[in-house]
Write a new protein. Structure first.
Length: 451
């Protein structure tokens, strides 16, 4: 710790204050092991960027301190969600046994400090689940037990789990709070079986006051894991301890999950998180820009950034986009405006048009004809919907190159023959109607400009 603190002091003098605040303030010392200094960074983008742009000065700063102790050090950056939690032994949640009593446990939780209930941005898509989490914080194991949260990737499930842990610890410092991913639980179980430590494993998890398990769907198909978790769940529940679980799907859709576990997961409250709308995305962008980067986004820029995100936005994608934008601006010494953002975020804009290109084309067609996406995906045959639908199908086939069945699937499950008919009809009309051809050209050009 002393070596890293000294190195940070050196770095602060070598780089501009804005650069130091953006990159180095987010780095946290973990430990020194085998002459390697392990330092935690917030995400993979940080790791890659720092490795490419600042690793040499970090190494120099660390080793300038090391020379005074006649030691040379390597530096390894670890990302908490991947490297640290999944591959580093020291970052596993640990249980230590003091000498006082054999069953007297000291618990060290591993909650993300930045994930609190106060900085979780509420909107129509998540206000119910946020309220449920606040109730759990106020009255653990009294209001909703278990609380089962489900929703798509990157919508804030992990944030809420950590927020519950922090909220309960704020009210009760002595609470035994465990946040763990299902993958970690499985890995620890396997290790306990291998080294005949099952009794310690059971004592550890069954002595918790609050058990927070992320991505519970990964228990599916793992018989012994489900058996062990079943008994852990029962013990905690009977002792009125709070259990909170997350999944990317609702319980009934988790194939390979035992019915006895499924029924227990449904004992309390099931709450879902949906994808945020544009206004909610703008609010999230503004919150994260101000709280994480001390940057105030104006409305026009925030709405432009929101427009880059596809129809199923991932909050981690938003964070990565913001980080990239601010990093580019700090290196170039430029102000952040829409034009700068358009150039700096070309990769994000291009990537948006890969897996989601059909949806993007639908969006542009609907924007031109001033109708809803649900209208062109519906079965309604009135001309104001059917014509834009056929145009969108034609453009999807021309631009995205997706197959007819795939296009049909994303138009409300239409048959491939319907798509073929639409494409042929539009092609024929383009060949004889110059005004119609210009409309198609306008929409197509707009789609390409956004890519």
């Amino acid at each position: 710790m002393e070596i890293w603190n000294s190195a940070i002091g050196t770095l602060k003098k070598k780089v501009p204050e804005s650069t130091f605040d953006l990159w180095f303030k987010s780095m946290h010392f973990v430990e020194i092991k085998n002459n390697c200094v392990f330092v935690e960074v917030p995400n993979k983008f940080f790791k890659d960027w720092i490795s490419e742009n600042y690793m040499s000065i970090i190494m120099d700063a660390v080793n300038s301190v090391g020379k005074k102790k006649n030691r040379n050090f390597d530096v390894e950056l670890v990302v908490m969600e991947s490297d640290l939690l999944q591959t580093k032994e020291h970052a596993k949640i640990e249980l230590k046994t003091p000498s006082k009593r054999e069953d007297d446990y000291i618990w060290r939780h591993k909650l993300r400090p930045e994930y609190t209930i106060s900085n979780f941005v509420k909107g129509p898509s998540n206000e119910f689940v946020k309220a449920a989490c606040e109730k759990v914080i106020e009255n653990p194991a009294r209001e909703y037990n278990p609380l089962f949260i489900y929703g798509g990737v990157g919508l804030g499930k992990t944030h809420l789990l950590n927020a519950i842990g922090h909220g309960i610890l704020d009210k009760n410092k002595g609470a035994r709070v465990c946040y763990i991913t299902s993958e970690e639980f499985v890995n620890e179980l396997v290790k306990s079986i291998r080294y005949e430590k099952m009794e310690d494993f059971r004592k550890k998890y069954r002595s918790m006051d609050i058990l927070l398990v992320d991505d519970i769907q990964f228990f599916a198909g793992k018989k012994q894991t489900q058996e062990e978790f079943f008994h852990t769940f029962n013990t905690l529940y009977e002792n009125q301890k709070q259990i909170v679980l997350t999944s990317d799907k609702i319980t009934k859709e988790i194939a390979g999950l035992e019915e006895r576990l499924r029924s227990r997961f449904e004992w309390g409250l099931i709450a879902d998180i949906d994808y945020p709308d544009t206004e909610h995305i703008v609010a999230i962008l503004k919150e994260k820009a101000e709280k994480t980067h001390s940057l105030k986004l104006d409305d026009d820029l925030a709405f432009f950034l929101a427009s880059i995100i596809n129809s199923k936005p991932n909050i981690r994608e938003l964070e990565g986009m913001l980080t990239r934008l601010i990093a580019e601006a700090s290196l170039d010494g430029k102000d952040i405006n829409i034009e700068f953002a358009r150039n700096a975020l070309k990769t994000f804009i291009r990537n948006k048009d890969n897996p989601e290109s059909i949806e993007n084309i639908q969006k542009e067609v609907c924007k031109y004809f001033k109708i809803k996406i649900s209208d062109i995906r519906s079965k309604k045959r009135i001309k104001s919907f059917s014509e834009p639908r056929q145009i969108a199908m034609y453009l999807c086939r021309k631009i995205s190159k997706d197959s007819y069945p795939e296009i049909g699937k994303k138009f409300g499950g239409k048959d491939h023959s319907t798509v073929i008919h639409a494409v042929k009809k539009i092609e024929k009309r383009i060949s004889i109607d110059k005004e119609f051809k210009n409309i198609i050209f306008k929409i197509e050009n707009q789609i390409k400009l956004r890519g």
